[in-house]
Design a protein around this ligand. Structure first.
Ligand SMILES: *[C@@H]1O[C@H](CO)[C@@H](O)[C@H](O)[C@H]1NC(C)=O
Ligand SMILES: *[C@@H]1O[C@H](CO)[C@@H](O)[C@H](O)[C@H]1NC(C)=O
Ligand SMILES: *[C@@H]1O[C@H](CO)[C@@H](O)[C@H](O)[C@H]1NC(C)=O
Ligand SMILES: *[C@@H]1O[C@H](CO)[C@@H](O)[C@H](O)[C@H]1NC(C)=O
Length: 506
């Protein structure tokens, strides 16, 4: 224990002598480097004027005030990460001309004044990741000619102002991943001639345009995975000689302009998995000559003739490719591996046209054919290869005739049914009438019979009247007819049905 005490005394003496100041309480000092990590500090310790490195990592600083560090003119690195810094005043880093590395990661910074880094011309590594920065001031990185690594990951940046990095001619690494970028300007990355690695993954970009990266002479890796891009285009004639790694996975890419990869002649690794591609254009496949690794799974491959180019390219590809390139349409191929589907459904046989293929597919499906069977039994496959092709076109037309005649038969049957049905209804009604109103039927018959009788009577009377002496009976004649009419009317008003219905109700 005594030895331990002695040792720490020696160490603190040593650090005192070298630091030239008193090492702040609870800090650990090593030569001219001071480590004050995890001490709940809310203030920057004093008397460290000769320190060359200061770590205040994991403390409780909430703000950086103007000229806060101005006595620390010898500092070459300053760690302020994992504090609770919300505000950074202008000129907070005044007189820190030697600082090469500044870590402000994992704080609560919302915005940085445009002059924040104006006094740090030698800055090489700047970490602003895991903050809440929403906008970059247009001139924030002005004058940082030696900056090589800039970390802006995990913020809330919505756009990158034009020519933000114009001065950063030494920058090699730029990480803007996990932000809220929705679009890029053509000159957002202008001036980054030494940039080798660009991270734009996990943003909200809706389009990939290689023209957004003009004159990035040294670019080797481009990460744009997990955005919302639906198309990949290139509206600039520029060749990315050194670009060898591209990650476009986890977007919603449906379309890639055929010439896009012509501008990336040395591409080695390409990730396109988890997109919405349905096919790959032959020209694109031709431009993938330098690839050694590719991912294409998790797309919506359409296993029709469109897939043939890709299938052929894949079967000749010598590099690494991920598994699980599954067909998502047409229905009968759904879930099949692309190459299996091409083989099993003979999608790419040159001699047969598309109609026949579709027919063959459905035919095989109907038979319960599956590629597992095919792999187990090559003879079975050979059989199907030769079999159904010949008559296919006939069968297709037959099928359409069949359809028409079926429709016809259907119509006839329906008509007949309707006829029979209405006849039956009529019969039924008659039967009901007869059952319900037997009296009325009788009465109707009587009615007609009596009417006929009366008419006969009337006729006879008229004849008699006509035959009688016309002179004497002129006055009487109308009366006679009247009487006859009354009698008829009496019967006429005896509406048979009314009586009948009354009978029915009873
Ligand atoms: C830091 O301060 C909080 C309260 O302000 C206290 O609970 C915690 O124990 C302190 N931690 C250290 C390491 O001093
Ligand atoms: C430490 O700094 C304070 C204030 O800046 C000063 O008063 C004090 O004399 C300094 N102590 C030493 C040992 O330099
Ligand atoms: C900055 O600090 C964070 C959090 O402590 C750490 O993860 C990161 O690696 C540091 N950045 C650099 C460039 O060292
Ligand atoms: C910095 O920002 C302030 C206020 O936003 C503005 O007035 C000033 O012109 C800017 N300075 C530079 C050099 O961009």
């Amino acid at each position: 224990r005594g030895l331990h005490l002695l040792c720490s005394l020696v160490i603190s003496l040593k650090s005192m002598s070298i630091l030239g100041d008193v090492c702040p309480r609870l800090c650990r000092c090593d030569a001219k480097l001071a480590y004050c990590d995890g001490l709940n500090l809310t203030e920057v310790p004093h008397n460290l004027s000769s320190a060359m490195g200061l770590s205040l990592r994991d403390n409780s600083l909430t703000e950086l005030r103007e000229r806060q560090f101005s006595s620390l003119t010898q500092l070459t690195w300053l760690y302020l990460d994992r504090n609770s810094i919300e505000s950074v005043e202008e000129n907070s880093f005044a007189r820190l001309r030697r600082v090469k590395e500044l870590n402000l990661s994992t704080n609560k910074i919302n915005s940085l004044p445009n002059s924040t880094f104006r006094d740090l011309p030698n800055l090489r590594i700047l970490d602003l990741s895991h903050n809440n920065i929403q906008a970059l001031e247009p001139n924030l990185f002005y004058g940082l000619r030696k900056l090589s690594d800039l970390h802006l990951r995990h913020n809330a940046i919505k756009y990158v102002p034009v020519r933000s990095f114009q001065d950063c001619r030494s920058m090699k690494f730029l990480d803007l991943g996990h932000n809220r970028l929705q679009s890029l300007a053509r000159n957002s990355f202008a001036g980054l001639v030494k940039l080798t690695e660009l991270h734009l993954e996990h943003n909200e970009l809706v389009k990939v345009n290689l023209a957004h990266f003009p004159r990035l002479l040294s670019l080797r890796s481009l990460y744009m995975d997990h955005n919302r891009a639906t198309i990949v285009v290139s509206t600039l004639d520029w060749t990315y000689q050194f670009l060898e790694r591209i990650d476009f996975s986890g977007n919603a890419i449906e379309y890639i302009e055929p010439h896009v990869f012509d501008s990336v002649p040395n591409l080695k690794s390409l990730k396109l998995d988890l997109n919405k591609l349905t096919y790959i254009d032959q020209r694109i496949l031709n431009s993938w000559a330098s690839l050694t690794s590719i991912t294409l799974s998790g797309n919506t491959w359409e296993c029709s003739r469109n897939v043939c180019a890709l299938a052929s390219w894949l079967s000749n590809f010598k590099g690494q490719c991920d598994d699980g390139l599954l067909c998502s349409s047409p229905d009968m191929t759904q879930g099949e591996d692309i190459l299996d589907a091409v083989y099993a459904f003979q999608l790419c046989e040159d001699s047969v046209d598309a109609t026949t293929q579709m027919y063959t597919m459905s035919r095989e499906r109907a038979r319960g054919y599956s590629h597992e069977e095919a792999t187990m039994n090559p003879h079975g496959l050979q059989h199907t290869e030769a079999g159904p092709m010949v008559t296919s076109s006939f069968t297709v037309t037959d099928a359409s005739n069949d359809l028409e005649s079926t429709m016809h038969i259907h119509k006839v049957v329906t008509g007949t049914m309707a006829l029979i049905f209405s006849f039956l209804i009529a019969v039924l009604m008659l039967y009901v009438c007869w059952k319900c109103f037997p009296a009325s039927v009788r009465r109707i018959r009587n009615c007609f019979a009596s009417q006929r009788r009366k008419q006969k009577q009337k006729q006879t009377m008229q004849q008699m009247a006509a035959m009688s002496a016309q002179e004497y009976y002129v006055d009487y004649k109308p009366n006679h007819i009247e009487g006859a009419l009354v009698i008829i009317n009496e019967y006429g008003s005896c509406t048979c049905q009314q009586q009948a219905s009354r009978e029915c109700e009873v």
